[in-house]
Ligand binder design. Sequence first.
Ligand code: ZN
Length: 94
Amino acid sequence: MGFFRKMIEKQKEIDRKKIEEARKERSEFENKKSELDEQGEVYCPKCLSIKLSANKKGYDIKKGILLGGVGGFIGKDKIEITCLKCGNKFKPGE
Ligand SMILES: [Zn+2]
């Protein structure tokens, strides 16, 4: 086996490992996500943290999402939730 051939084989192996890792990471993410869904938790869609802050004072995130999921509620679009972990901003029900 020539040098370049070896290099290519090695690179292929690295790529394969990377793909495997990415796949594993993704399934862990999906698992955690469905777990949170089952628990009825409100979570950041990006990092799955449940440490969130809503920009409307006294707003019940859980209740809001619940109502929003059922058929929408007034003022839904005005509320923005901020993830305290990664800073991701999203709207309830998304
Ligand atoms: Zn986050």
